[in-house]
Design a protein around this ligand. Structure first.
Ligand code: SF4
Length: 212
């Protein structure tokens, strides 16, 4: 679930891996308890200060709030779509971002299929996130696409009918992905990137494993 190839949905880069997991848990809890998950700038501002997000990540306040509002919305959408996703039988698909490959040059042995377009991971590196995520998903019967950009998703969904979908991308792109799935009536789940950029992006494989 990502936007067009090469496009950066945020005008800034982020790396949230230094933040404690409790930050996200508390953010979600607070939004839910206040029933303001769609308009929670105030709560986000409070937690950004409490967890010293600016010092840890280098984001400024507005960037941090914009980012966490997106992440929060993704968590809420995951919860709202969970039952439908779990009830879906049939064919499931996982969309992964190519920027999370271990290598972005010739050392990556993935084959590129321009007709889809997608990369086919050839499992050259056991510690590559794409390799790990693909292995888990295939074991569970998912088709896996490693996408150069989110613009490929409508094409894939038009070519092949899927009954449920999981995507990994940054929060802004996941929200777009969710909208695309909603139009097609496909229940989805999403895992947000914890580090964005054009290369060496990062997501939590264990979080993905739990969602699949
Ligand atoms: S494991 Fe797959 S995606 Fe990762 S670098 Fe190797 S071929 Fe590329």
């Amino acid at each position: 679930m990502s936007r067009g190839a090469g496009a950066m949905p945020y005008g800034f880069t982020f790396d949230l891996r230094g933040l404690p997991r409790s930050f996200f848990q508390e953010l979600l809890k607070l939004a839910y308890s206040l029933k303001i998950h769609r308009r929670m700038s105030h709560a986000a501002r409070y937690l950004v200060k409490k967890f010293r997000v600016q010092e840890i990540t280098g984001l400024n306040l507005l960037e941090a709030i914009s980012l966490f509002e997106d992440l929060l919305e993704i968590q809420v959408l995951n919860i709202l779509n969970r039952d439908g996703f779990m009830a879906a039988g049939g064919r499931k698909v996982l969309f992964l971002p190519h920027c999370a490959r271990k290598y972005m040059d010739k050392r990556c042995r993935a084959e590129f299929d321009p007709s889809t377009p997608t990369y086919r991971c050839m499992s050259c590196s056991p510690d590559c996130l794409i390799n790990q995520a693909s292995a888990i998903a295939r074991e569970r019967g998912y088709d896996v696409y490693v996408l150069p950009g989110g613009s490929c998703i409508p094409k894939i969904l038009a070519l092949r009918r899927y009954d449920a979908a999981v995507g990994v991308a940054c929060g802004a792109e996941l929200k777009l992905g969710y909208m695309a799935l909603k139009r097609l009536g496909i229940p989805g789940q999403a895992v947000p990137l914890l580090k964005n950029g054009c290369a060496e992006t990062y997501f939590d494989v264990e979080e993905l494993r739990k969602l699949l």
